[in-house]
Ligand binder design. Sequence first.
Ligand SMILES: Cc1ncc(COP(=O)(O)O)c(C=O)c1O
Length: 386
Amino acid sequence: MDSIYFDHAATTPLDKRVLDAMTPFLTENYGNANSAHQLGRTSKVAIEDARENIAKLLNAEPSEIIFTSGGTESDNAVIKGMITGTGKNEIITSPIEHHAVLHPAESLENEGITIKYLEPNEEGIITAEQVKNAISENTAIVSLMHVNNEIGSINPIKEIAEVCRESGVPFHSDTVQSIGKIPVDVKEFGMDALSISAHKIYGPKGIGVLYVKNGTPWEPWLQGGSQERKRRGGTSNVPGIVGLSKAMELAVDELENNASHYYSLREFAIQQLDEKFDEQFYVNGPRNGGAPHILNVAFLSPDEKGLDGEMLLLNLDIEGICVSNGSACTSGATEPSHVLSGIGLNQDHCNSSIRISFGKHNTKEEVTLLVNKLEGILDRMLAMAG
Ligand SMILES: Cc1ncc(COP(=O)(O)O)c(C=O)c1O
């Protein structure tokens, strides 16, 4: 049975065009980019071409692009590398960031670093005003994501970057979920650092970008060889870098079409869910105005009790439909999602939630099938609960 895949915020399949770009570097062009011979030089040229291409797509300078193993490493490298040597001891972030930001920040608490968590509103948004009021002379870094990976809320990062700049505090934004869905231009937005992951945009897993604006104080975090101008040691992942560059190019070139496709599927799903489930159905986070590809919903029984989202997910899986019950990076853990509880939803509500995330190849027919299957499954679950 072919699966119907609605979990694109967790990961995406590799685009064939990306695979084609990568293939020579997985086969005949296998040189280590640090080797002086011809094979090595071929790899080196491919990496520098990719760096230039990505810089152009982000409106950055090539020297500001550092290749990493993905979003998690980029986030860790910022949180740990931007506080080192500043003499300051405070990080400003929010409780609904990805764990790739929250966990490294928490680990620094043992070293006397304080974390100030700004409270998001019920749609998951932090305002520039909140950031302005929270910054103190001890603030080393502000890290707030562009698009939330569970509920799709969009932070006003241009305004946030502005208040950070006025206070002379570096601003990092995790843009893992916004690339390819919302235009990202580092000069227009004005952030000092951002994180990107290739596998969320039809690229390969295990490769990403850390952008650090020239002149921003930052200590390299992963040390080793002299790769990435001594800013990130480790033999360069040449096929990954070439694939990331191609995936970014396609994500930017095709953004308008893809984003409007995701929007139309999201709208269609909400309309169908509204019709079928009415009061029992609730959109977590922004109903309108969020990221186009993410829809997080809860299903409540008539007595307002939450239904078991885990059970819902398993039943959909049996029907060949893939959704997520929160962030895939944390599935396996049974506690309620920190994002849903972070926007004030109670435990029952959090546990009854699923995330539907759309991709290029999803269709309205697939959405209709999902909604119809949900109806049958929910009827059975309600009958059992009653
Ligand atoms: C917002 C966000 N940041 C970071 C990550 C981690 O990226 P990676 O899987 O490349 O380590 C993810 C992945 O789910 C994400 O959604």
